[in-house]
Write a protein that binds this ligand. Structure first.
Ligand code: 4AD
Ligand code: MG
Length: 430
């Protein structure tokens, strides 16, 4: 009977066959311990010379790392392993012998591992991170589908910028100029006017010359957009969504979080509501934390965000930022037009901004004024104005960066390990 490591718990006491790779092995006298992986998980296979015979035992001893095999044996409980089961091997068949696998159990430098990313993905830690990423994606679809949102896919090739012109990837679109999408937001606003509550999930591109542990050139963003919702309504969606994602990972990725050595007590606490401070209060707070030179109107850098996050044990919203440092589409606070109705959600433990969101300008005249101030002209922008011309309504939305969220929940230092094949400032391969 063929099965997978993830399913062995259904076959305790039975003999099964698993297609696997040899991740590692060790011996003690007349016993060989094979560390098997099959994509669904990791499991130990125990080969006993007296049971399997001299010839097969020697063959087991000579198996090389990452060779592929069909392994047959009896599943027994093993309380010492995170999986809870192991296999008493009765037979195995080599499928393909791997010669000189480059990633050995010893330590390797990050650049070496990044050069071998196509193989590095097979390792236990990277496997666990990808499983956490997958669970976050699954929980995202679950959350928005349950709340009646419609998934909408905005285009990736666009005629204009959505978030500012400095970070655009340029390409030719036959004879025209085109750009890779920085954000699907403008299209999601159109979709919200057609479908009410919508969300997107897709790749976005920023030609940023940033080389930090939080920046990728290509990253994936979840962008919900809601008609008839003001900024406060949107903050509630955000905190409920993030709580749902964290609780889902805690529930469904126990083995992975233990492989990653994640301190889960810090995650258990992540339940809505989240604390909120205004940008004004945040400026005060960072000044108190020793950043004397920060002034009203400055953007926060990573050290400031970390200092702010330290004061809270949940993600914290920084609301009402100065209009001059935020995007053109954000709605001014009616009580105070120098600030806009927006928030950044800062993750705990130094992982930085995971969400940027705002209420959007719904007034045609004000939007035209912003166009002029930002020099946004041409047909690429005209359609966006029409959303304010035909039945304009209050609406809000936000974008959650998937990789930063994975980094935080999995407890991984750098976003390069949270996406299968990271595109970084100096890296387009593999
Ligand atoms: O704050 P940003 O730029 O917001 C927008 O693009 C809005 N249009 C979203 C919206 O309202 N629909 O980006 C949103 C999030 C950030 O909070 C961050 O998590 C992530 O995207 N992000 C990045 N992640 C990795 N690498 C980068 N270079 C990132 N830039 C932004
Ligand atoms: Mg932002």
């Amino acid at each position: 009977m063929k099965t997978t490591i993830a399913e062995v718990y259904k076959h305790v006491g039975e003999e099964v066959t698993i297609g696997a790779w040899l991740a590692n092995k060790r011996f003690s006298g007349k016993i060989a311990f094979l560390q098997l992986r099959d994509g669904t998980g990791f499991m130990q296979g125990v080969v006993v010379k007296a049971e399997i015979g001299e010839e097969k035992f020697q063959e087991a001893k000579s198996l090389t790392q990452e060779s592929s095999l069909y392994v047959t044996g009896k599943i027994v409980e093993d309380t010492r392993s995170p999986l809870g089961f192991e296999m008493q091997v009765t037979d195995f068949e080599l499928i393909h012998e791997a010669v000189d696998y480059p990633i050995t159990p010893k330590e390797h430098g990050t650049e070496f591992l990044m050069d071998h990313r196509h193989l590095w993905l097979r390792s236990k830690k990277q496997h666990a991170v990808m499983k956490v990423r997958n669970e976050i994606i699954r929980a995202t679809y679950e959350f928005f589908n349950e709340q009646g949102y419609v998934k909408v896919d905005p285009p990736i090739l666009t005629g204009a910028s959505a978030e500012g012109t400095t970070e655009l990837f340029h390409t030719k679109y036959f004879d025209e100029d085109a750009y890779l999408s920085q954000s699907g937001q403008l299209y999601m606003e159109a979709a919200a006017m057609a479908l009410g509550k919508v969300f997107s999930f897709g790749p976005t591109f920023r030609a940023e010359k940033s080389k930090t542990r939080r920046h990728l050139i290509e990253f994936w963003m979840i962008e919900p957009e809601m008609a008839f919702m003001d900024h406060e309504d949107s903050l509630q969606v955000q905190e409920q969504y993030v709580s749902h994602v964290v609780q889902s990972v805690l529930k469904n990725c126990k083995i992975e979080l233990s492989i990653l050595d994640r301190d889960t007590s810090k995650l258990e606490n992540i339940q809505a509501p989240f604390p909120r401070i205004t940008y004004d209060e945040a400026i005060q707070l960072v000044k108190e934390k020793g950043f004397d030179d920060v002034e009203w109107g400055d953007d926060f850098g990573a050290p400031h965000e970390t200092a702010i996050a330290e004061s809270f044990d949940k993600p914290v919203f920084i609301t009402n930022w100065p209009a001059e440092i935020k995007a053109f589409y954000m709605k001014p606070d009616p009580k105070r037009p120098d600030v806009v109705l927006c928030a950044d959600l800062i993750a705990p433990e130094g992982y930085g901004e995971i969400i940027g969101g705002s209420q959007r300008i719904d007034d045609m005249e004000l939007m035209k004024q912003r166009y002029e101030e930002h020099g946004l002209t041409g047909p690429a922008y005209e359609w966006y104005l029409q959303l304010r011309q035909y039945g304009s309504v209050p609406h809000s939305g936000f974008g959650l960066g998937l990789e930063r969220t994975v980094a935080w929940i999995a407890g991984v230092e750098h976003v390069r390990e949270t996406i299968p094949f990271p595109r970084l400032l100096n890296r387009l391969y593999p």
